[in-house]
Design a binder for this molecule. Structure first.
Ligand code: GLP
Length: 181
């Protein structure tokens, strides 16, 4: 599963410059704005237009997403960012550990930050893979960078597991690697 966001840009730069064979790769993005395609455009520009991935193997959240993932044999690797408020994908505080792909309401703080980054108004709703969808992935890498993420990263890794910090549910997964700078 693939994340969008500024944290991921150097990752996709590395991948598109590495002369890798994507012809057999299947990708499932973590989230997208409802009725929007900003994240699809981000992925096209950052990665998909530069590599030999097959168009039919690129997936974005939609109805039946979890069944589609199961049909594909599950997810080997999930690369996650983390929001300043501890969200993963668009699972905002209050998200259930049992959540699957669904329409979600975005936090006001998420909308403000994402508007600042994109220069566009952020929609109020998105479709996001759920916490359970993410925890089903065999291996998870979480990336976070900068002072503004410090509190979210500390809560996620060392505080009690709680829906107040959705990333704290990652403590229940047996194969999570944190890359923090
Ligand atoms: C976004 C996305 C997440 C992303 C996170 C962090 O809103 N929904 O998938 O990981 O927030 O973004 P950034 O890397 O820009 O800080």
């Amino acid at each position: 599963m693939l994340a969008t966001g500024s944290t991921m840009e150097p990752v996709y730069a590395l991948l598109r410059g590495a002369d890798l064979d994507f012809s057999l790769a299947n990708t499932f993005n973590l989230d997208e704005y409802l009725d929007g395609n900003q994240f699809r455009e981000f992925m096209d520009a950052q990665l998909f237009e530069h590599v030999n991935i097959c168009a039919e193997n690129v997936h974005f959240p939609a109805i039946g997403y979890d069944a589609l993932i199961t049909e594909a044999g599950g997810i080997d690797l999930c690369i996650l960012g983390i929001g300043v408020n501890g969200h993963i994908a668009f699972n905002e505080p209050g998200s259930s550990v049992n959540s699957r792909t669904r329409v979600v309401e975005l936090d006001a703080s998420t909308r403000v930050r994402n508007s600042e980054l994109s220069g566009e108004e952020t929609p109020s709703k998105a479709i996001s893979a759920g916490i359970a969808t993410i925890l089903d992935c065999k291996r998870i890498i979480v990336m976070a960078s900068g002072e503004e993420k410090r509190e979210a990263v500390n809560n996620a890794r060392y505080s009690d597991i709680s829906d107040k910090c959705p990333a704290s549910f990652l403590q229940t997964h047996s194969d999570v690697t944190w890359l923090v700078s």
